[in-house]
Design a protein around this ligand. Structure first.
Ligand code: NAP
Length: 204
């Protein structure tokens, strides 16, 4: 019997909140890299951030569900939210490798700014053996910092880059707009916008 290897995109992010830049990134990665599906994974407890500044995980997961529901290739996993302790990408990728019993090529998709710090991530060498990375850049992003980083060449060869003009939208800007009473319409699906206002998120 021929074993079918799936190509799986894991879309990692805090999604605080999710916006159209994230959705365009995931769809672009899906098509460019012929992925069978993209699984959005809102971070539970990011190792590099103070919890105070981040909306509750259940709100971020709900917004991610609302944002992705209309795309048949998009799914949401709560694996990082349900796992106690810090959300390490190594643990997440290992989880999906086991889930697919080694029959999946895994592409971890995230922002290039996050990839810049990857050298400090847990088990980074083994992580590069388990998956490739797709780093989404905002227009004008300078890749030289990643290219000149201390990562071994074999790891650098497993990072692919995608410039995403829609990443001119950022979660930071969305939160600032809400605090300042400025519009967020059209920066995210309307269901996410409604959810934010209904739950009074990001007002301070
Ligand atoms: P971040 O520092 O909040 O974001 C870095 C930049 O990347 C921001 O400009 C952000 O824009 C953008 N970004 C984040 N996720 C993106 C995505 N999926 N697609 C496009 N742009 C994205 O990074 P983060 O969200 O906390 O972390 C990103 C991923 O790296 C998460 O899955 C996290 O768990 C993982 N990570 C793992 C470790 C570890 O294992 N030790 C350490 C750090 C991060 P927006 O603010 O607009 O999203």
């Amino acid at each position: 019997m021929v074993e079918v290897v799936k190509r799986i995109g894991l879309m990692g992010g805090t999604f605080n909140p999710i916006h159209n830049g994230h959705l365009v990134t995931a769809e672009e990665a899906r098509v460019q890299f012929a992925l069978d599906e993209v699984i959005f994974i809102p971070s539970g407890k990011p190792p590099h951030k103070s919890e105070r500044k981040i909306a509750d995980a259940h709100h971020r997961a709900m917004m991610t569900l609302l944002a992705t529901v209309t795309n048949p290739y998009f799914h949401v996993s709560q694996v990082e939210i349900e796992r106690p302790g810090y959300s390490y990408t190594y643990d997440t990728v290992s989880y999906f490798q086991e889930l697919y019993q080694g029959q999946a090529e895994i592409y971890f998709i995230t922002g290039a700014d996050a990839i810049l710090e990857i050298i400090a991530w847990k088990n980074v060498e083994q992580l590069f053996e388990k998956c490739c990375f797709i780093a989404a850049t905002r227009p004008g992003f300078d890749l030289s910092a990643i290219r000149s980083s201390d990562l071994p060449q074999s790891a650098k060869d497993r990072i692919f880059y995608m410039e995403i003009p829609a990443l001119a939208i950022s979660s930071t800007d969305v939160r600032r707009r809400i605090r300042e009473g400025r519009p967020i319409k059209y920066l995210m699906p309307s269901a996410v916008e409604t959810y934010i206002y209904k739950n009074k998120l990001y007002l301070k």
